[in-house]
Design a binder for this molecule. Structure first.
Ligand code: ATR
Length: 303
């Protein structure tokens, strides 16, 4: 997912004695850059746990080479691939078939080869909804959600909120046109409301908001700040930050300080991966193993 671009360190996972032979099934991830990805750790841990003869590899793919690389997935009989920044939107046009939710999100992050055809899915929206349910025991139905950011992550989250029946989705973005574009494509009149990303604009709606989501890239670096007024935060707010490194961003600290329930984006990364795993393998993903591998890859070995 988008967030993977935001990580600084390289994640390494040792699957023990991984055996590669002529029958090994290959999946992977295309991105540029790609060295930061934690997805191989998560998926290879799952294959090892289920004793599957599969491997998940990272591939550096330039924008201009995406079409050829995707044809390679088909011609080399790979099972499928994940797509991360900057390929998710361009890939929609390169699929033979696009799942309806991926179509509505306007982006593909998971490709599977079925009957020699490239079929595109988007598991980011699922990952978000599943993360919110796991972290907060909340569904998006009838919720009033404030999404900060209207880039790839902001779009996927906002549209998923609409698809799952949220009552209102305010999209606050520094560049107003991008939030307005989400409103135009979200499909349901009046649900998505673009607002400026300013304290004044947020102050006007925050009293009505159930769930606040940071989908901007602000928070990755210690020096970054959304400059939100701490007085905007109240204990009855649920706060989700799609950033997971650092584990506690400035936004999450503000939420924490008032006793609001909060969580970081590792759960979204996990669940989009879990769904991709299930699409490719048609097996139930070993959730606990994947979560542990991801945590170790991102935050280091707890030992
Ligand atoms: P991703 O795919 O991770 O969502 P993206 O598409 O590049 O990444 O989007 C980044 C988001 O973070 C955008 O909403 C961006 O705002 P703009 O659309 O105005 O560029 C937001 N963002 C990045 N830096 C920001 C900053 N310093 N202040 C506010 N918003 C910022």
């Amino acid at each position: 997912m988008q967030n993977e671009l935001r990580q600084w360190q390289h994640h390494r996972y040792s699957a023990g004695r991984m055996k590669i032979d002529g029958a090994t099934q290959v999946v992977g991830v295309f991105g540029s850059p790609i060295t930061h990805t934690a997805s191989p750790a998560m998926h290879n841990a799952a294959f090892a746990a289920l004793k599957m003869n599969w491997v998940y590899l990272p591939f550096q793919v330039a924008v201009a080479d995406l079409r050829a690389a995707l044809q390679g997935v088909r011609t080399m009989n790979m099972v499928g691939v994940n797509l991360t920044v900057p390929h998710k939107i361009a890939a929609v046009e390169l699929m033979d078939e696009v799942d309806p939710e991926a179509c509505q999100l306007g982006a593909v992050n998971t490709v599977v080869v079925a009957n020699n055809r490239l079929v595109g899915y988007n598991t980011d929206g699922y990952g978000f909804a599943r993360a919110i349910f796991e972290e907060f025991n909340l569904t998006l139905k009838d919720k009033r959600v404030l999404v900060l950011g209207a880039g790839g992550a902001g779009r996927a989250i906002s549209v998923k909120c609409v698809l799952d029946g949220a009552e209102t989705v305010w999209v606050a973005n520094r560049t107003p046109g991008k939030a307005a574009a989400i409103q135009q494509t979200a499909g349901k009149d009046g649900v998505v409301i673009p607002i400026p990303l300013t304290n004044d604009a947020v102050r006007q709606v925050i009293g009505k908001v159930d769930l606040l989501v940071n989908a901007t890239s602000v928070g990755l670096r210690a020096a970054d700040s959304l400059s939100l007024d701490p007085a905007l935060f109240t204990s009855d707010l649920y706060v989700y930050d799609t950033i997971y490194q650092p584990a506690e961003t400035e936004l999450l600290k503000l939420a924490h300080a008032v006793g609001a329930k909060s969580a970081n984006g590792l759960s979204m990364l996990l669940h989009q991966g879990v769904r991709a795993f299930e699409i490719w393998t048609k097996k139930m993903a070993p959730l606990a193993k994947m979560r542990q591998a991801l945590k170790t890859a991102v935050y280091g070995d707890p030992k």
